[in-house]
Design a protein. Structure first.
Length: 135
């Protein structure tokens, strides 16, 4: 890995860096490490599926991803997440080093299209729809 820092030598050991492309696909091979971070400027929701069986038990994993203006993940940011009909649980209160808050959405027990909204600040918000259908 080639990297550059704003203070220390690039021969020091890298710690707490996740380059697993399955978990996070925003890395492109060059990393700039600095001792400061920018504030959040965007939020996005990434569901494992957008269609669930409406039985009150089906679940979908949803990742909340928060980035700064340069498309870098932002750590330790809180976000509120709500849904109109189903149930959503955050597995972590703040973003991790990859800018992610993992959540689990549980389906309703009736047909509906549920809107899930995530808000990190008044101007930083996103939403997705999850379809709940009885078969």
């Amino acid at each position: 890995i080639f990297y550059e820092t704003n203070k220390e030598s690039s021969t020091r050991k890298l710690e707490n860096i996740n380059l697993n492309p399955i978990y996070n696909t925003i890395y492109n091979g060059y990393i700039y490490i600095c001792d400061y971070s920018l504030s959040a400027s965007s939020i996005s929701l990434h569901p494992s599926t957008t269609f669930l069986y409406a039985n009150g038990k089906d679940e979908a994993n949803i990742l909340i991803l928060i980035k700064d203006k340069h498309n870098n993940p932002v750590e330790n940011v809180k976000a509120n997440i709500v849904c109109a009909n189903g149930k959503i649980v955050k597995l972590k209160e703040t973003t991790d080093e990859n800018g992610i808050i993992p959540c689990i959405y549980t389906s309703t027990d009736f047909d509906c299209i549920d809107t899930i909204k995530a808000i990190a600040a008044p101007n930083i918000k996103a939403s997705i729809n999850i379809t709940n259908r009885k078969l």
